[in-house]
Ligand binder design. Sequence first.
Ligand SMILES: [Zn+2]
Length: 747
Amino acid sequence: MYSNSFKMNSLFKLAFLLLCINAIGQEKNLKNIQKLTFGGDNAEAYFSPNGNMLTLQVSNPKANIPCDQIYIYDLQSKTYSSDNLKLVSTGKGRTTCSYFMPDGKHIIYASTHASSADCPAPPKPHDGKYLWAVYPEFDIYMADLKGNIVKQLTNSPGYDAEAVVSPDGKKIAFTSTRSGDLELWTMNIDGTNLKQITNGLGYDGGSFFSHDSKKLVFRSSRPKTEADIADYKALLKENVVAPTEMEIYTCNVDGSDLKQITHLGKANWAPFFHPSDKKIIFSSNHHSTRGYDFQLYMIDIDGTNLKQITWESEFNAFPMFSPDGKKLVWSSNRQQNAARETNVFIADWVDSDENEKAKPELLKKHIAYLTSDELKGRLTGSAGEQKAADYLSAQFKSLGLKPYEGKDYIQKFDYKVRLNPHDSINSESIDNTGRNVIAYLDNKAAKTIVIGAHYDHLGLNEHNNSTKANSKGEIHNGADDNASGTSGVLELARMFSKNKATEKVNYIFALFSGEEDGLIGSKHMAETLKTKYPNVVAMINMDMIGRLNDKKELIVGGVGTSPEFKKLTEKNKPAGFNVTMEDSGIGPTDHTSFYLKDIAVLNFFTGTHSDYHKPSDDEDKINYTGVTNIVDYVFRMANDVADLDKVEFTKTKANAGKTRPKYKVTMGIMPDYSEHADGLHIDGVTENRPAQVAGIKEGDVLTKIGTFEIKDVYTYMDALAKINAGDILDVTILRDGETKVVKVKFE
Ligand SMILES: [Zn+2]
């Protein structure tokens, strides 16, 4: 028994710890999140003018509320429970969209009770389409807080609903089909002076006033193609709409100055102005690869600066700021006690530090410069590398960062370059000198984290690292490899040094050279790092983060090198990302140098592609939204690693305790470093090398070399270490599902 109770105890502790981690997690704008309702479907909760009450709609068959009814909720009550709910609609028909009147003693809401006491049926999906009903029986009523209807505000045939009151108390905005289409209308607070505000074909609805009462923000689905228009009209005849494509718009209260704010695709809805009226918070599933996954986002009113606000559960919508701007209320599927319940939550609102957000225009500026032909591909030791180093130093200097060592940011290293990297024996070698560019952000903390990326590339292919045949003399600009990661380090240096917070760690921002010749610069730095900075606990690397694909696939390596890394990687993952985690601290880039010095590491990588190590790896192919999201991801990770009490180092399985195997031969293939179930995927084949000579092609999957089973890049490297030059072995590959065996002569 005693071991069991011990287990329970530690489970409890673990659960509690997890809760804490979530609470201090990436929802940095939301502090002190509290659940207000407990079961059923609770939505559209909006504050009273003094912020002491909410009005909301509730349906909860278990609590005998089968059809949406309007309740008010007392926020003054000491504890948050269902007891704080009080019915204020008639209990008949269906109701929706309630809102407090300026006196705080009345509410308005839409209801179908006048036409029937029964609950109108929800719409059935047509051809699998999810539909919203726009019941023509809805009219807008005003009631006191005891539930007595004191006035009917609309009585025209057709849908009238979604009414909200302007903060100055003068106007009501609502949605109506009275013109024949779903449009926004306004009226005076007493129901007079009706005015049509929008007139585009489509569903304009769900409007809210700005805090100065001068503007409306709303969501609109405006069909464009003839087929979509016909579809929309046919559905509207049946009093339904398909809310799958909606964007956020603003206009003046008289309908002038109409602007489309979002162009995100999918469903962007439930907008509300930030207290500054300069930003809009809204719900969106634009990031989702599945459709249903609504998170809250914020965007500037000029349509820039999109930022994700919520990160938990698959439904977050109907956000509203309290009148004093200090709180946010919204509906969410988080903290469920039963499947499919939606509850109302309240949190303290914390405005973001704008400097803690990666700026795509700065990322672009850095990448554009580093990949300009002027730098001739940034070959280690070249004039182009020197120019790049000058640029990087100037960036660090402008941020007020200290040099890592000595008087400037440059750390030189000497090494020999093998001019044929595939042949260690018969290769001519030359002396070369490279320059790392390294800065230090001193937060006077007890721990230090290195954030790094290599900035060198292949130049004019002088060192024969290109995968394009006969490409000597062609500039290899290396936009993805690795101007992308370099720009990420520069942005993170800016974010961490210009933000208001002082982190609990110091940061070293390291830009390596010599990577393409064999991780030379990072090895040089790692060699003496711990004598200079004994408190380094982690190294985060970015190599090739510029090609995020449509499926948003990102590989995060090194998650096995510290016990907390997997959890943090999962928790901080941007919405819609498909992250593949790899345990090993060894990989084909610079984090390996630090792992081999027993430092916990992480590496971010968007995967290889057909332009890898070719002159065609250019700036115009960079996915800047992707880079921005990844840099923000790394920022959150670096913060969370900083928050850990201790960053423990664990050796990982693949090659644990060993150095990278030294192999004497190569095949001339470009392996895909991510793990696949069927074997090692081949991303590229070098001309006139053994694999190509034997007929192996890009896209083939390597499963066996001689008697060695090949599962991934590690088993591949292990096999190569045991093969001698001149050996002729059977190599098994999968091509389009078929097994083929070819003879390869290893060199
Ligand atoms: Zn490279």
